[in-house]
Design a binder for this molecule. Structure first.
Ligand code: IMP
Ligand code: MG
Length: 180
C-alpha cells in the first residue's frame, strides 16, 4: 500500500491542534453573539476550508446553515483580478441571509476578492470574511477580512484542510511543507 503521508515532508508545526481549537472556540462565541436572531449562512470555498467550516460551525451555538462553492480564478498577465469559474454553486438564495465566507488561507487574496465580489452582487443581508490563516506578506490584492484567526509567515503550509498535491489535508495541525 502507498504511504499516504510522507512524514519526511512535514516540517515545523506552525499552528498546533490546541491553538486551533482555542481560537475556533473564541471565534464561535463572537459569531454567535453577533448573529443571534439573524438568518446566518456559512459559505465555504472547497476544498481547503472544509475542516475549518466543520469545526467552526460546531463552535457556533445559534441556528445556522452551511453551503459550499467550488470556485477557481484565472488571471491573464498582470491583472490583479481574474475570471471566477464556479464549478459548483450554492443552493441558497443568499439575499435571505447574513453571509460569512469561511476560508482556509488568504495568500495573494485574488480568489477570495473575486468570490467576495460575486457574492456581494447577489445582495446578501450582510457579508463578512473569516479566515483561519492569513499570509499578509503575499497579498497582491487589497482585501478586508473581518476575522483572521492566525497570521502566518510566507511558508507553504499543509494540514487541517490545506494540501500539497491533494495530500496532507488530514493532518490535525498546520505544518510547514518541506520539499526536500
Ligand atoms: P489566493 O489568495 O487567491 O492566492 O489563493 C488562496 C488559495 O491558495 C487558498 O485558498 C489555498 O487553497 C491556496 N494556498 C495558498 N497558500 C497555501 C499554502 O501555504 N498551502 C496550501 N494551499 C495554499
Ligand atoms: Mg482554498
Amino acid at each position: 500500500m502507498d504511504v499516504i503521508i510522507k512524514e519526511d515532508h512535514i516540517g515545523k508545526i506552525i499552528v498546533s491542534e490546541e491553538e486551533i481549537r482555542n481560537k475556533i472556540a473564541e471565534a464561535g462565541k463572537i459569531i454567535s453573539e453577533k448573529y443571534r436572531g439573524k438568518p446566518l449562512l456559512l459559505v465555504s470555498i472547497l476544498k481547503g476550508a472544509f475542516i475549518f467550516l466543520a469545526d467552526l460551525c460546531r463552535a457556533i451555538d445559534i441556528p445556522c446553515e452551511i453551503g459550499f462553492m467550488c470556485a477557481q480564478s484565472y488571471y491573464s498577465g498582470t491583472d490583479s483580478s481574474g475570471t471566477v469559474n464556479i464549478t459548483m454553486d450554492l443552493e441558497q438564495d443568499v439575499s435571505r441571509y447574513h453571509l460569512i465566507i469561511v476560508e482556509d488561507i488568504i495568500d495573494t487574496g485574488r480568489t477570495l476578492s473575486d468570490v467576495k465580489k460575486l457574492l456581494a452582487a447577489r445582495n446578501p443581508l450582510s457579508l463578512e470574511v473569516v479566515t483561519l490563516l492569513d499570509k499578509p506578506e503575499r497579498r497582491v490584492v487589497p482585501l478586508e477580512t473581518d476575522m483572521s484567526l492566525f497570521t502566518v509567515p510566507d511558508l507553504f503550509l499543509v494540514g487541517y484542510g490545506l494540501d500539497c498535491g491533494e495530500q496532507y489535508r488530514n493532518l490535525p495541525y498546520i505544518a510547514e511543507y518541506k520539499s526536500n
